[in-house]
Ligand binder design. Structure first.
Ligand SMILES: C[S@@+](CC[C@H](N)C(=O)[O-])C[C@H]1O[C@@H](n2cnc3c(N)ncnc32)[C@H](O)[C@@H]1O
Length: 422
């Protein structure tokens, strides 16, 4: 890469951690990556202060003990259970109801959400036990048979769990677990015999996790981030610029580009028809549908398109079974004086053991979502979520690009922006 995506990108990640900004989405992925933001400052309305990205438990000088590792796995189990409990609260509308009320009892919560009181009570107690909710009034009586317990969701926790426009919004993280759970038998089958589990099979939980996780970053940060790179901003600002967004999902990146560049016309392409249906609805609701055409199509088949000034691939190239074909098609569809930008995970240059949280998180997504998705459509490059800079460079060169540079966009979740040069 012309600018050393490796060392520079890695430095960027380091500086992001130390400067206190960083990724909150991803992963989907966007959303999962936002763990840092939530942990850093749940009340964030601006890019949140981030805790430093910590390495995994380091291989220390003293040999590992069974007790220490058992404790670590127990802590992991507690975390997994909490995330699954967040899935319940998110999908049953319980957090929304709590956010709109001062306090609620189990009976009240079940009443306003049309759910079962006994389950609501167990969940409320568990949420208070793990510190997500406040117990404002314990149940009265020896068996809780007097006045019922009342619970509150603090504004800070409500932001993380219910505010879909906040950079600290993390509920989408739990939706990925909802998508993965039912597919574990299919994943085992794929791990034994090959093949995969497609994005379509992962279904609405995965689509909505991905879309909602990245949405606040696109809505709030994409315009300013691109404006900070004059060479790209100038292309996007051309009168009547045509902008392509491949793998656009539910369209929040395309919609945000339309907002940032009011003279531009945009085409969003995604092979997943339900995502495109949702993208059209989102563009209508946001009032930008006149300037955006959403197409349900394979991004490898752009031939014959009117030339574009710029093209983007946001957190999708590593999911694509045939990324080189897609990059070739993009190269052919963009004017020679245009701009092609790929946003993907800001992973390290190479495998480290132990790795930092970004790589650990992305390997997690890779095991359960991205690699099986990519391998569900053979022949597949089988990239996985941990698409290292050297891999992207190889794909870009195979697709006919001359080089790849890392754009100086930092503090954008856990993402790195690359420009592919002709
Ligand atoms: C992880 S999602 C990212 C969606 C969106 N860009 C975002 O950042 O939220 C990956 C998307 O790539 C799409 N995709 C995968 N292969 C594709 C292809 N060959 N052409 C168009 N879209 C593709 C999937 O359907 C999915 O919506």
């Amino acid at each position: 890469m012309s600018d050393g995506a490796g060392s520079k990108g890695r430095a960027g990640k380091g500086s992001r951690a130390s400067s206190g900004a960083g990724r909150a989405g991803t992963a989907p992925k966007g959303a999962a990556a936002r763990a840092d933001a939530a942990a850093g400052a749940a009340a964030a309305t601006e890019p949140t202060a981030q805790p430093e990205v910590q390495p995994a438990t380091a291989a220390s000088a003293s040999p590992p003990t069974a007790e220490a590792f058992a404790e670590r796995l127990l802590a992991s189990t507690l975390g997994a259970v909490e995330i699954l409990s967040v899935y319940l609260g998110d999908r049953l509308g319980w957090y929304q109801a709590l956010a709109q009320a001062d306090t609620l009892t189990a009976e009240e919560l079940a009443g306003v959400t049309d759910t079962h009181e006994r389950y609501a009570r167990e969940w409320l107690e568990q949420q208070a036990a793990v510190g997500i909710l406040e117990l404002v009034r314990p149940a009265a009586g020896p068996d809780g048979d007097g006045a019922p317990a009342a619970f509150r969701l603090s504004p800070a926790h409500a932001e993380v769990l219910t505010d879909e426009r906040s950079l600290a919004f993390l509920a989408p993280l739990a939706r990925f677990f909802g998508a993965i759970g039912p597919k574990l038998p299919r994943l085992l089958e794929a791990y034994r015999h090959g093949g995969g589990v497609s994005w379509a099979e992962l279904g609405d939980d995965a689509r909505e996790a991905q879309s909602a996780g990245n949405r606040p970053w696109f809505e709030r940060q994409l315009g300013p981030a691109l404006a900070s790179v004059p060479a790209v901003h100038d292309v996007l600002s051309r009168p009547g610029a045509r902008i392509l967004d491949v793998g656009c999902g539910m369209g929040w990146s395309t919609i945000s580009l339309a907002r940032a560049y009011p003279d531009a016309r945009l085409v969003g392409v995604d092979v997943d028809a339900p995502s495109i249906t949702a993208a059209r609805a989102n563009a209508r609701a946001e009032g930008v549908e006149e300037r955006i055409e959403f197409r349900a199509a394979d991004a490898a088949e752009l031939a014959g398109s009117e030339p574009f000034d710029a093209a983007f691939a946001f957190e999708c190239l590593h999911d694509m079974p045939r990324p080189v074909e897609v990059l070739s098609a993009v190269r052919g569809a963009v004017r020679i004086d245009g701009a092609v930008v790929v946003m993907d995970e800001a992973v390290a240059d190479e495998l480290a053991a132990p790795a930092d949280q970004v790589d650990r998180l992305m390997y997690g997504y890779s095991l359960f979502v991205c690699l099986p998705d990519s391998m569900s459509s053979p022949p597949s490059a089988a990239t996985g979520t941990v698409m290292r800079p050297a891999t992207l460079r190889r794909y870009a060169q195979q697709a006919g690009f001359a080089d790849v540079e890392v754009l100086p966009i930092e503090d954008f979740a856990f993402f790195r922006f690359y420009r592919l040069l002709t």
